[in-house]
Ligand binder design. Structure first.
Ligand code: ASP
Length: 333
């Protein structure tokens, strides 16, 4: 059987970093990374493309568009793609790519590392090997491969800042594992739709995490500067009402001005259900806000950017928001 052809797209991150005067900084290109793991040539044939060399703290939606464009331009030439990326915002990029490249029949695999590839103790080499193993397999869609786990691109979250077990799959099981160079696939998501690439995003999406006593003016401020505001509220969801004012009025003014508002939860697992408590239901019944249910905040951010890049018409926004894409939303209560 002919060896699979995989494109390695370098974007920076710890995996490609070296120590400088002020700490770690991405320096190595994708072909330099590959030299550290020569046995990858036994898994597949690799070409390299260096798009940028950034700490992922500096990656913005415009970089997601550049990665998606690079994949689109080379889509016919390769059987799969590996994107090496910093771990800090990798889950956001994975979500972004899940909306920009929909129904991919080929695997698009993001990976990175907690320790640079040049360090004696590093997760870089194994993560790269595992990523190429998945990219050369018959899996499909946007996936994040890290510490042996294969996670759906819309379900990934960085949940540990230092250890190798850095990512979790939120409100969805891991798709599979890579063990001893073999993919063990637990779930085979069916995908018969044609692959579709998108080229527009509206990056003006803000996120506000509530804290007890937080000033309602924060919502007003963000809504004044954004097309959409996501509010990470408490528990299954609700908004505080103070003697001095309420979020309700600020949100209503934003909605009247054509903005989109989504309520979600800051609790990591199990999602929102605004219908349970008066503090949530009174908002949901009276204002045309959206609710995230079991979607991750990373996916909500990327999905809104993708939706608002296509339409601002309220009914269409809601329809697209609640349409499952890449298994991003399951439980519509
Ligand atoms: N700050 C780094 C980045 O996200 C962290 C990492 O890659 O692990 O680029």
């Amino acid at each position: 059987m002919e060896r699979k052809r995989i494109l390695l797209i370098g974007t920076g991150g710890t995996i490609a970093s070296e120590m400088g005067d002020n700490g770690l900084k991405p320096e190595l290109t994708s072909s330099q990374l590959l030299k550290y793991v020569p046995d990858i040539s036994g898994i597949c044939a690799v070409d390299c493309l260096q798009l940028f060399s950034l700490d992922s703290t500096n990656i913005r939606p415009e970089h997601w568009l550049r990665i998606a464009k690079a994949i689109q331009e080379c889509y016919g030439q390769y059987d799969g793609f590996v994107v090496s990326h910093g771990t800090d915002t990798m889950a956001y990029t994975a979500a972004g790519l899940s909306y920009l490249v929909q129904n991919s029949q080929k695997p698009i695999v993001l990976t990175g590392a907690q320790k640079p590839i040049g360090y004696e103790t590093t997760d870089s080499k194994q993560n790269l090997r595992d990523a190429f193993t998945v990219a050369a397999s018959d899996m499909s869609g946007v996936l994040l491969v890290f510490n042996g786990k294969v996670i759906m691109g819309t379900r990934a979250r960085k949940t540990r800042s230092k250890s190798f077990e850095a990512f979790s799959s939120i409100n969805y099981p891991i798709i599979g594992m890579v063990q001893d160079g073999r993919v063990i696939q637990y779930i085979r998501p069916k995908n018969c739709l044609p692959t579709r690439f998108y080229e527009a995003l509206d990056p003006k999406v803000s996120l506000l995490k509530l804290a007890p006593g937080i000033d309602c003016g924060a919502a007003e401020y963000f809504l004044g500067r954004s097309s959409a505001l996501i509010i990470e509220s408490f528990g299954v969801g609700g908004l505080p009402v103070y003697e001095t004012g309420s979020f309700y009025e600020a949100i209503k003014r934003g909605l009247d001005a054509g903005k989109t508002v989504v309520l979600t939860t800051q609790v990591e697992n199990e999602g929102s259900d605004l219908s349970v408590y008066h503090v949530g239901n009174s908002i949901k019944q009276n204002l045309p806000i959206l609710e995230a249910y079991d979607m991750t905040t990373e996916a909500v951010i990327a999905k809104l950017m993708w939706i608002l890049g296509q339409t601002t018409e309220r009914v269409q926004v809601a329809e697209l928001f609640y349409t499952p894409i890449a298994w991003d939303i399951l439980s519509l209560f």
